[in-house]
Design a protein around this ligand. Sequence first.
Ligand code: PLP
Length: 417
Amino acid sequence: MRIRPLLAARTAGLAPSPIRKLAPLMRLPGMISLGGGYPNPGTFAFSSMTVDFHTGRSLQIAGADLVAACQYGPTDCHVSLKPLLQAWHNAKDGVELGNDMIQVLNGSQEGLHVLGYLLLDPGDSVAISEPAYPGALTAFRAFSDKFLPIPIDEHGTVTSELERKLEGIRAQGGKLPKFVYEVPNGHNPAGVSLSLERRHHLLELARRFDLLIVEDDPYQLLQLEDREPIPTLQSLDRHGHVLRLDSFSKIFSPGLRVGYASGPAELIRLFELYKQGTNLHTSSMAQALLAGFLQLHTPEEFRALVRRNCRVYRDNRDAMIDGARRFLPDGVHYNVPNEGMFIWFVLPEQFDAQRMVETDSTDLGVLLVPGPAFSTSGGLTHCMRASFSMVAPDALREGMRRFGEMIEREAARVRRR
Ligand SMILES: Cc1ncc(COP(=O)(O)O)c(C=O)c1O
């Protein structure tokens, strides 16, 4: 698809940094470079590094690798990481990414902000599920506060509803959304995954309406039932309609802040220009640690480690569902997620989730996030998100018991009105 017509007016000023452009020349063997403003490696604080992984393997970073980990590096990707990321992506998704199709990010969250910057002029809209990931709403709202909310059910975003809305906009000669934002696996907060059938339908809509799809997929490998993930939108796409965001936060370590965007080279190049002007590149050290891990572990070994960690999440999910079944009254609806970390609770319409949290959370000692945080328009006032990732199974059951009490208190308030 053509990217240029999608670009926001502010991108007109994006130009390559004149110094960064010279970086490949500086790295040529034999070059006496007087060009870079890099600090002398002899002044760096580190003399060597050893990192021990839970898998029992250790990483030694020394010599030239240590200098590279401490020094400024390329904007798109740490040199040793790129081939490893390409191999990881291919093993995981069956997609071969060219050298100009990857941009490493400070977590996928940075990608959401960059997309807003590159694509959204004030008044532009984004098609997005309702409920939606609040971090995406925040990132996009910095540039435009207009959304095309699409309902979501147990099979993910209701693509027939998206189709109906797009047809309506086109029939009225209106402006189509700049892109469709999709969290295809273990949706935050809805806890559902987009079915294969709907993935195909979404791609068909992307072709028919010439739409970009942003596939934000941090929960792809958090498979609680040890199943293979459904093929990614990017892997099913044949026409360059998908910009994908991968994250190492949920499978490696969120504090490192490493994720990557992949997709059409023209758009990835704009990500790179944006980063040149904002943070030069994602931390070399963080990328070197990930590269070291990927050198020491094959993609299959990495996947096995993630699968093992998923058992913790599965036990937690089972405990929360057990508690919910035991302690929550009829009339409270929730999903049993097979991926991700979240359960979305829908309470009776008259309930006010914000009031429940403000009035009873401290007293009862249980906290959930009220629905409006996930709404494009301050709605979802009777809904709440719970995460089962961080709390031990017994505490999750007790949390559901306390949540049951919170619900009873709100029911009493509603009856009195
Ligand atoms: C759907 C979704 N996208 C993006 C992010 C941000 O992830 P990262 O740590 O890679 O920035 C999150 C984090 O919770 C998320 O749930």
